[in-house]
Write a protein that binds this ligand. Structure first.
Ligand SMILES: Cc1ncc(COP(=O)(O)O)c(C=O)c1O
Length: 448
């Protein structure tokens, strides 16, 4: 029998000792002993529950590209929630996702004219993989079931993304994932490319790994190749000069689709709308999320070429062409947030601003060379990776310490393995760039 409302109201409020929330990708026990709790945010800063300002050197989780709590985006979200809270996009529609898709297609690399909406980067990746399989099947090549990913790739946490990703922890914990997945070697080469600004000189030949995998498995069994144009979550690994061009050529030679995972690199991070623009290589499918709504409301957008879209539009007109979608695909509030976000990016010229600040950013961060523990620094766009010498017998401990220390000192950093990754909002000022470098220098001198 269910309790009456009166009985429920009499129950004592539960104590909140932080135990109930099982935190994602977090050292729960350490966090709960010394919580880093954020209560508010504005522009370049968070404010903690105890009232301290924290300089955001990571755009939250690589997503708040226009800075925090921007009024135009906040107002758009509020207005949309009051006007149309939800409408299905299965067999019905509402105007916003159509408007948003048109705007996104107009800013995407030429040819990526169709947009499928999802709610996260992980869903974007799984969607892209499914589109690739279904595309080949629609063209009578259903035997193309394999995917090629890359070591040190991160493509989110769905089983598809974990399978094509190349993170050891995922593979150890969750098993082999999708069948028929193989991986290119990663391109990180400290011996030849350390302390690089922009694209490293050496390593284009690593793309030829794809020819090896084609020879091993047969091109006719491979559906797609997926890479991040610049790997982010595994430590900021820009592609060697010529590498992506070579991958593109090999894919074309063998009829493989090329998928760029631009969940981090999309929406201005590299000083262009997408990494594909800056790096001059256009994929067949592109996954994005994060910056599309400035991190305010969960959303992702998967871009596909017209060739791919048209391949689906062949059967009877009453048939569903792609048996895929999420309840919240094209959610009205997410669409409103995204439209306002694109306005802010455009009105404030934030992608151009990121490009203009790149040299200042690179100078400031490369200025940390020679400080304790630093074995490499890499920068591109408004992204930087600072790689630390791991502590003897305690991999990841040193970078973790730097993250905690920086927070105590008033700055948010992100760490992955023994690499510090930084990606400030594109509104960062020159003085704040210097401040980020100065704070990091203090941290590096203070840690063991
Ligand atoms: C390249 C890439 N793909 C996919 C994802 C997963 O995105 P989400 O955490 O929104 O599922 C991430 C997240 O950082 C990412 O960097």
């Amino acid at each position: 029998m269910s309790a009456s409302p009166a009985v429920v109201a009499l129950r004592p409020a539960p104590t909140n000792n932080l135990e109930a929330f099982w935190m994602p990708f977090t050292a729960n026990r350490q966090f709960k002993q010394a919580p880093r709790l954020l209560a508010g945010a504005r522009d370049m800063h968070y404010v903690t529950t105890d009232g301290r300002e924290i300089l955001d050197a990571t755009s939250g989780l690589w997503c708040v590209n226009a800075g925090h709590c921007r009024p135009k985006i906040v107002e758009a979200i509020q207005a949309q929630a009051a006007e149309l809270d939800f409408a299905p996009t299965f067999q019905f529609g509402h105007p916003k996702p159509f408007e948003l898709a048109s705007r996104l297609a107009a800013m995407a690399p030429t040819g990526l004219d169709h947009v499928f909406f999802v709610n996260s980067g992980s869903e974007a990746v799984d969607t892209a993989l499914k589109i690739a399989l279904a595309y080949h099947r629609a063209r009578g090549e259903g035997q193309r079931f394999r995917f090629v990913g890359r070591e040190r790739g991160y493509h989110g946490v769905g089983f598809g993304g974990v399978s094509v990703g190349g993170m050891v922890a995922n593979r150890k914990t969750f098993g082999p994932g999708l069948p028929g997945v193989d991986h290119l070697r990663h391109t990180h080469d400290l011996s030849r490319n350390s302390f690089t600004r922009g694209l490293p000189e050496h390593g284009a030949e690593l793309a030829d790994d794809l020819e090896r995998l084609v020879a091993l498995h047969g091109a006719e069994t491979i559906a797609a190749v997926i890479v991040e144009p610049v790997a982010g979550s595994t430590g900021v690994l820009p592609p060697p000069k010529g590498y992506l061009e070579r991958l593109r050529a090999i894919c074309d030679r063998h009829g493989l689709l090329l998928i760029f995972d631009e969940v981090i690199t999309g929406y201005g991070r590299l000083g262009s709308a997408f990494a594909a623009d800056r790096l001059g290589v256009t994929p067949d499918i592109m996954t994005t999320a994060k910056g599309v709504t400035n991190g305010t409301i969960p959303m992702g957008a998967v871009f596909a070429s017209s060739d791919i879209y048209e391949a689906f539009m062949q059967g009877p007109e009453n048939m569903i062409e792609l048996f895929h979608g999420y309840t919240y695909s094209g959610h009205p509030i997410a669409c409103a947030a995204a439209l306002a976000t694109l306005d802010v990016y455009q009105e404030e010229g934030l992608f151009e601003r990121a490009a203009a600040l790149e040299t200042r950013w690179a100078d400031a961060i490369h200025g940390l060379k020679g400080l304790p523990h630093v074995i490499d620094i890499r920068t591109i766009g408004l992204v930087a990776g600072v790689e630390l010498e791991p502590m003897e017998g305690k991999p990841t401990a040193r970078a973790f310490q730097s993250m905690v220390k920086a927070y105590e000192d008033g700055m948010m950093l992100r760490v992955t393995g023994d690499i510090i990754a930084m990606s400030p909002p594109l509104i960062v000022s020159e003085a704040q760039i210097d401040e980020i470098a100065e704070r990091l220098a203090r941290v590096l001198k203070a840690i063991d």
